[in-house]
Design a protein around this ligand. Structure first.
Ligand SMILES: [Zn+2]
Ligand SMILES: [Zn+2]
Length: 634
């Protein structure tokens, strides 16, 4: 630690003149905080921070020395006076541990001001450095809960970040340092979809990529953490690619077991996975089952999250550097690039990714500075997994909905609350604006909440959607979308006919979509449309397969037979995953071409076949490891 810190301090001192009056330099996780008695000197020479960030290859946070901070009440009044009304401030509170004033506003740009002028004025007049957060366009309990939680524990968070920094910059023992082996352990999500979990290890460092559960499996849903032959305290970091439970659903359990290290992910991933984890606890409790972890474990996890932006290079261990890249799968979803051992090996974990058009996101990242091994998903890597063109899919879903509604039936669209939910909302909203859709669309709670979180991160959305959110014309809050009725009012709504219901969960494994299904299945006028992946063993998959009768709970522990008379349709093409052609094209277009490819996240036959086809087509060493296999990367 001492050496690295000394070096960082030297660079800072060399690049700053003495009038800056630095009172302390601290490492906060992978970032640097500089406390100064003269913040004005930083603003008069704008490029100090940029120059330092470039030299250090780190985020640099300038904070005022504690002696400059004025009384909070007074500071709040000054902030309110300086920031224009139009900014729409929702909340102002103070974070003493970081000398920050947190300002949540509808228009953060107006709190920053032209070239940062408003922010600077706040610092000069109050000493407090603004930490500006965007308010969602509609209220989100999850977001508010997380932001308040982080505030409440900010002193503890600062300690966590300092401890993390100590660990990142620790000195390595001489002998071990030079051996240079790297290996991958397959802990879950290999030759299957669900419970994704990978361990990357060197002689010095152990990093876990994803820690998911298989929501479609009741008897074996968890990754093979029991095969780890070291205590969790030796794990350097966990990296979460995206919020879906098959990638994040078991993470709180690590905290239950005592893991207390950093979790790297994008900010939207932190918020969305918290939402999904809380919901999964809720669903299990309602079904009378015991969740593997509690809300307290989730809250503990949130404290340890270190949000990273796309393409931001971050030191996470003495021999490992992390960069997250846009994977265009769901909000904040990332492919993970690891630069290992001074560049001795470069590893990319594609995670779930979409190489194709989506209404929500920009095209995924295809260029990496260096790349030796690629671990790629293969959900739709099978020979027959060729999806129709997006436009055809959109026309088809609108057509099915119109037919059903005309016939006084109701439509149920089971969706993953995060991802497909929003993509389908955009499709329906577009049809509505073109006059193709008049029916009312009911969105159940979780999808609505997830959509609200989308509006707090417009920078992660495609330009067209981003612009609408920024202009307070968010498609997610269109008048087309109604809040789903209370359970007691559902029957009346369905009896009327003509309702479109967008409900989670996407595979009918529990939650509102299942309850609607029970109520709608027997009426042949109704229609259910699947738009996402249906896992092996999930009810959704069985219904796609054409089962016509199934036993359902009838209360008091009794069971009755439910006849499935409703129309059941599948419209492919909305998937957040690439189909076979897109996966192949992704590999073809990837720069640079990897030397070796490993395949995961697909059903057994699919993974094996896809791996063989890739090997033949590209003449690259390609394999589909099994769970519990170890692969030597170097
Ligand atoms: Zn996913
Ligand atoms: Zn997945």
């Amino acid at each position: 630690m001492d050496n690295a810190v000394k070096q960082i301090k030297e660079i800072i001192e060399k690049n700053l003149p003495s009038e800056v009056e630095i009172t302390s330099i601290e490492l906060e996780g992978p970032e640097v905080a500089i406390y100064t008695k003269n913040p004005r000197s930083f603003f008069e020479n704008e490029n100090y921070v940029a120059k330092l960030a470039y030299e250090l290859k780190k985020r640099v946070n300038v904070r005022s020395d504690k002696s400059l901070l004025i009384n909070q009440e007074e500071a709040k009044k000054i902030v309110e006076g300086i920031v224009p009304q139009d900014a729409g401030i929702r909340e102002i509170y103070f974070d003493e541990a970081f000398s920050e004033v947190v300002i949540e506003a509808m228009k953060p740009g107006l709190v920053i001001g032209k070239s940062g002028s408003t922010s600077k004025e706040i610092i000069l007049k109050t000493g407090w450095v603004p930490n500006i957060l965007r308010a969602p366009t509609s209220d989100s309990n999850t977001l508010r809960g997380i932001r308040h939680h982080l505030h409440k524990y900010s002193a503890e968070r600062r300690k966590i970040l300092q401890a993390t920094a100590k660990h990142i910059y620790r000195e390595l023992p001489e002998q071990l340092n030079n051996r240079g082996w790297i290996k991958l352990d397959a802990l879950g999500g290999f030759r299957e979809v669900g419970r994704s979990c990978v361990l990357i290890a060197t002689a010095n460092t152990k990093v876990m990529l994803d820690c998911g559960i298989n929501v479609a499996s009741n008897d074996d849903p968890y990754p093979y953490l029991d095969s780890l032959n070291f205590p969790l305290s030796e794990l350097d970091a966990v990296i979460i690619s995206h919020a879906h439970l098959d990638h994040s659903g078991f993470l709180p359990y690590l905290f239950k077991l005592g893991y207390r290290g950093p979790v790297y992910c994008t900010a939207p991933t932190r918020d969305l996975m918290t939402l999904l984890q809380f919901d999964s606890i809720d669903v299990l409790v309602k079904e009378g089952r015991t969740p593997p972890y509690s809300e307290a474990d989730v809250k503990e996890m949130v404290k340890y999250c270190i949000p990273r932006d796309y393409r931001e290079v971050t030191d996470i261990a003495p021999d490992m550097r992390l960069t997250l890249h846009n994977a265009a799968h769901i909000l904040g979803s990332a492919s993970v690039h690891l630069h290992i051992g001074e560049g001795a090996h470069n590893f990319v974990y594609s995670a779930d990714m979409k190489y194709g058009f989506t209404r929500l996101f920009d095209n995924l990242d295809m260029h990496y500075p260096r790349l030796e091994t690629l671990l790629i998903e293969s959900t739709y890597g099978g020979r027959n997994d060729i999806h129709p063109l997006r436009q055809e899919s959109e026309e088809r879903i609108v057509k099915i909905i119109r037919e059903t509604v005309l016939n006084k039936g109701n439509v149920l669209i089971p969706v993953f609350a995060v991802g497909r939910g929003q993509e389908i909302m955009l499709v329906l909203e577009d049809a509505y604006r073109r006059g193709m859709l008049e029916a009312k669309v009911y969105i159940d709670g979780m999808t609505k909440e997830a959509s609200a979180i989308h509006t707090a991160y417009p920078e992660y959305l495609r330009n067209t959607v981003q612009r609408r959110v920024l202009q307070n014309d968010s498609p997610f809050t269109s008048q087309l979308f109604q809040v789903a009725p209370e359970a007691s009012e559902r029957a009346a709504l369905l009896a009327e006919g003509g309702a479109i219901i967008v409900a989670s969960s996407g595979m009918l494994t529990g939650g509102p979509s299942l309850r609607y299904f029970y109520q709608m299945a027997e009426d042949p006028k109704n229609c259910m449309i699947f738009v996402g992946y249906q896992g092996e063993g999930a009810l959704g998959r069985k219904l796609q397969g054409g089962i016509k009768m199934l036993p359902v709970p009838a209360g008091n522990g009794r069971v009755k037979a439910l006849n499935v008379n409703m129309r059941v349709e599948t419209v492919e093409g909305f998937s957040g995953h690439s189909d076979r052609l897109q996966l192949m094209n992704y590999i073809r277009m990837l720069k640079p071409m990897p030397k070796r490819i490993l395949v995961d996240h697909g059903e057994k036959e699919t993974t094996i076949d896809f791996s063989r086809s890739v090997a033949m087509k590209f003449r690259i060493n390609t394999t589909a490891p099994r769970n519990l296999d170890s692969v030597r990367l170097r």
